[in-house]
Design a protein around this ligand. Structure first.
Ligand code: SF4
Length: 365
């Protein structure tokens, strides 16, 4: 094999991408011109807490000379992570309190979330589950997995199982397919969801072997997290096309992040690009108040203002719901601009995106 072919084969091998991920301050500093805030943050991440990890694919999207780069802000730690803001929580979604057995969280009657591994291809600095991801444990232990699957099997109300983590697609294809097969064998489970950032940061992982191994277990939905149009690369487009062509609906849950995507033009470009790929912009999530992430959070009023700007500017297909996942695990709340001006018996006055007020009349009687 020639050197060029060898290099290209390496770039296309997802295991090699993972092996060549940046994990230390020195590796990071060799690629990016780090600011003192980033350098201190990376040193802190190397020593404790949410670790540092960036795949070569994702690192190549970072601007080496500009710390304001929206990709860089998502994965390069800053010393701001040391800061605790009022309302910060170690476990913002109250997952510990809603854990039925280790690794299995149930916050709604018909759904359960299985934390299948603590590993991710990249560690996002805004992660809501930073208390557990990257702790080095790897996939859930076999005995814990048995217990979690027994707990799902014992609860017929659970129709929808979300395999999350960490990122389940960092597991070997064999291990993931075996897990998906065991979930699928539970008769009352109708839908399986894979929550993953792999299409964004490790698109090579979505290969023919993976699709062939998972396809027999449909319906499987893929829930991913594209946050910025810079992430809409050719490799990610191909990964999403492979998923959709193989029958996996792909839904995007973007997170509203300060200095990354908190402006209407950026969100519009992101959502339009995803729809072109047949990926549905599903949620725009207000950030959870995870400890040490306040520098990446935006006020709720800003999220509502952005939704107002996008209404009427992009089609409903490209417009996600703005969601607050309420602290303590009390459930998701859709929020948005108030389009109702006045309610009267039989009549509601609505404000449209054009700023015009229009009456909507109820049927007589
Ligand atoms: S990939 Fe998901 S679970 Fe992993 S660090 Fe990013 S947001 Fe957290």
């Amino acid at each position: 094999m020639t050197l060029v072919k060898l290099r290209s084969a390496r770039e296309h091998d997802w295991r090699d991408q993972l092996r060549r991920s940046v994990r230390t301050v020195d590796e990071l500093a060799a690629h990016l011109d780090l600011t003192p805030e980033e350098l201190a943050g990376a040193r802190r991440a190397e020593a404790a807490g949410l670790p540092l990890r960036i795949t070569p694919h994702y690192l190549a999207l970072c601007d080496a000379n500009d710390a304001r780069c929206p990709i860089r802000r998502q994965v390069v730690p800053r010393i701001d992570e040391e800061r605790e803001a009022p309302g910060d929580l170690v476990d913002p979604l109250g997952e510990v309190a809603h854990e039925i057995v280790p690794g299995l969280v149930q916050r709604y009657p018909d759904r359960a979330l299985l934390v299948s591994t603590d590993q991710c291809a990249i560690y996002c600095r805004f992660c809501t589950r930073s208390r557990v991801v990257g702790s080095g444990e790897g996939p859930l232990r076999p005995s814990a997995l048995d217990q979690a699957l027994e707990a799902i099997a014992a609860r017929p109300a659970i129709r929808d199982v979300i395999l999350s983590g960490g990122d389940p697609l960092t597991m070997s294809t064999e291990k993931l397919a075996a897990l998906v097969g065991r979930v699928r064998a539970i008769p009352h489970v109708e839908v399986i969801r894979l929550a993953t950032r792999v299409p964004v940061c490790l698109p090579q992982r979505v290969d023919a072997d993976l699709l062939a191994a998972l396809r027999p277990h449909h319906p499987i939905w893929v829930m991913t997290h594209f946050n910025h149009p810079k992430e809409l690369t050719r490799e990610s487009a191909e990964a999403c096309a492979r998923l959709v062509d193989a029958g996996f609906p792909v839904m995007n849950q973007a997170v509203l992040l300060a200095g990354v995507n908190d402006d209407a033009a950026t969100l519009e470009a992101l959502f339009r690009g995803l729809v072109r790929w047949r990926v549905r912009p599903y949620y725009l999530l207000m950030m959870d108040p995870a400890r040490g992430t306040s520098h990446l959070r935006t006020p709720l009023a800003r999220g509502i203002e952005l939704m107002e700007k996008l209404q009427g500017r992009v089609s409903g297909l490209a417009l996600p719901k703005l969601i607050v996942d309420t602290p303590g695990g009390m459930g998701k709340v859709p929020v948005g601009p108030d389009w109702i001006v006045e309610r009267a018996p039989g009549r509601t006055t609505l404000r449209t995106h054009r700023g015009v007020e229009v009456d909507y009349l109820d049927p007589p009687g």
